[in-house]
Design a protein. Structure first.
Length: 122
């Protein structure tokens, strides 16, 4: 996953604005580690990942493995609430990730627009 990321503290939530390509599982885990580190640093429980400028080339196995890794990191017990805003071309694979996370009690939802994501967080 070669990407750029901008992290914005919106007071009520952290906003991660990401662009690039997600095509490598090991870089995807590094990306999730970065997100978790900032969540802990800012002591924030709500996040939005703006991935409208990200191209995803991962599969169901990658989604399951990432979800299992997050479970091992105790993410379900952290009380986090995450919204992911994805590009239209990524909706199908984003739903696979959403399902893998929800099946492991990781509170993440996928959206196609920012306002819906913000509304869900509130």
């Amino acid at each position: 996953m070669s990407y750029t990321i901008e992290i914005i503290d919106k007071k009520d939530y952290l906003l991660f604005v990401t662009s690039g390509k997600a095509d490598d599982f090991s870089e995807m885990t590094s990306y999730s580690d970065l997100i978790l580190a900032h969540i802990l640093k800012h002591k924030q429980k709500r996040v939005i990942l703006d991935e409208t400028e990200v191209t995803i080339d991962l599969n169901a196995y990658d989604a399951t493995m990432l979800a299992e890794r997050l479970v091992a990191d105790m993410v379900p017990s952290m009380g986090l609430r995450g919204a992911v805003v994805c590009a239209q071309c990524n909706v199908a694979v984003a739903r696979v990730f959403e399902t893998a996370f929800l099946n492991r009690s990781i509170n993440v939802r996928m959206f196609e627009d920012m306002q819906s994501a913000i509304d869900w967080l509130e």
